[in-house]
Design a protein around this ligand. Structure first.
Ligand code: FE2
Ligand code: FE2
Length: 139
């Protein structure tokens, strides 16, 4: 594992975070009715987490000597609330896997603090996934 590979992996994570920030902002605006109101309440605190993740990754990539991505990963825009949540659940679960993998990469290049932070971020995404699953169960 090289530092360049780690930077590339973190940049993919960062693009995913920018995409999630835009996706949640967009979805909150497109959420109507009572379940929509619940979704808006859920997305607000999660957006703060994603912004914190993006900001951390940007700082770390610069610190490692890389150029941080400012382009969001593209995302699907389904028409119903349930389909939106299914997209979100899928994305959160893929974020968990990516952070776990990149925590291991960080460990391999001796970046202990980064390893621990990425594991914490994997845990944040896992808790987002759990909240989304709860809402989906009731739909
Ligand atoms: Fe995140
Ligand atoms: Fe998340």
């Amino acid at each position: 594992m090289t530092k360049e590979q780690v930077i590339q992996g973190l940049n993919d994570d960062l693009a995913a975070e920018w995409g999630t920030i835009i996706r949640y902002t967009y979805q909150a605006a497109k959420s109507f009715g009572l379940p929509g109101a619940e979704l808006r309440e859920l997305l607000k605190p999660e957006l703060q987490d994603e912004l914190r993740h993006a900001s951390f990754l940007t700082d770390v990539i610069v610190d490692l000597g890389g150029e941080p991505s400012t382009s969001p990963k593209r995302f699907e825009k389904p028409g119903t609330l349930k389909e939106m949540l299914e997209v979100d659940l899928r994305m959160e679960m893929s974020d968990v896997e990516n952070y776990k993998m990149h925590a291991e990469w960080a460990n391999q290049i001796g970046e202990m603090e980064l390893k621990v932070k990425l594991e914490e971020m994997a845990a944040d995404e896992a808790s987002h996934a759990r909240e989304i699953r709860r809402i989906l169960k009731g739909m």
